[in-house]
Design a protein around this ligand. Sequence first.
Ligand SMILES: Nc1ncnc2c1ncn2[C@@H]1O[C@H](COP(=O)(O)OP(=O)(O)OP(=O)(O)O)[C@@H](O)[C@H]1O
Ligand SMILES: [Mg+2]
Length: 386
Amino acid sequence: MKEFVQIIKGHYDDNGVVKAIDILNDKPLTADYMKTRPDIKQRVEKAINTKTYLATYQRGTRLGFKWITQEEQTNYMDGALNDKSPVEGTKVTKLVSDFKHATPPKDFFIDKLKWKFLVRNIEKGKNIMMTGPSGCGKTDATFKAANYLEREVHYFNLGATQDPRSTLIGNTHYNKDSGTYFSESLFVNAIQQENAVILLDELSRAHPEAWNILMTVLDPIQRYLRLDEKDDSPTIKVADGVSFIATANIGMEYTATRVIDRAILDRFSLIEMDVLSEDDEYTLLKGKFPTIDENQLLQLCSIVGDIRKEINTDSPRISTMISTRNTIEIAELIMDGFSIHDASELLIYPLFPNDGNDSERVFVKQLIQKYVGNKNKKQLFDTENI
Ligand SMILES: Nc1ncnc2c1ncn2[C@@H]1O[C@H](COP(=O)(O)OP(=O)(O)OP(=O)(O)O)[C@@H](O)[C@H]1O
Ligand SMILES: [Mg+2]
């Protein structure tokens, strides 16, 4: 049997536009792609009209096409799954933790080069700062990369602490019998463990005193923690191979974020996390929620994609976007039987201020109605028929 590269399932949407999803790789064919490939669009239409799937295979340097029946499709995909598992198994048993061959985990979407850089920096005990908007995977990427290298993550949320000294250094206590004594923080303990990955989450929200304390710790030449302000106070050495990973929301939108001190910023290599593309988000959601109807998922991804497009225009009419964290939450609702319309009402609209006729919320509502409005009309029509 031929080795298929894609198996494309097509349908007409409510507006009669041809939509296609590659169900072998769980990737929608974008509208832009369909525009540039009228030949593919034509083949997909043939598949729709003949109730078949369009399978593509490599023929030299070009793609060959074959229309297959539903049965052939199921058989092929079952077989492909079985074939694939041993290969995947070998990938999982990682023999060497070698960043040169590091590829991102299947369920995490990050630029290959950035992933390699992240893994390499952890492996070499270097400091990394992950930046990007909320919910784009900064925290998760750190856990996934540490996990890939089988290293333990010590997690410190600096955004949530008002008392950096006790979080990073420790507390002085008093005891009737032994008098005053000092109890070290978990951070002091963590930095003394070889090859530890220390996640300084939300460093951009940290109290400036935290930055002062961390200044020597993060300096690649100094790498020590001073237990007191006094110059002659004892210091703790950072163990070999320890890598510090900080996360930061950098940008106008994040008001609680302080502007990070330049000297602190200088101590890190920056990794800018990207917002997921519409395709990748579809693949992520399809993997997480395989039972959600494909068209519904596609609709959700288009809505989210359109909102993100708007925020990237020169004069955006909205001030925030929908993060992957939000999208996952919305998909959970849809899986529990909520309609896209209801899920938007609950989870999307509240993100946008509602202050007058030209409000951001009105804009977003209109955008969403473009997708779900038609459906409602149709439903209305159906009930009239009954
Ligand atoms: N690129 C991605 N690939 C797969 N899942 C992602 C990706 N980005 C975000 N997610 C998922 O979205 C959720 C939020 O991600 P995460 O907590 O890492 O965001 P964050 O960037 O740390 O956000 P914040 O700035 O608000 O702390 C997680 O469930 C994560 O798995
Ligand atoms: Mg985070």
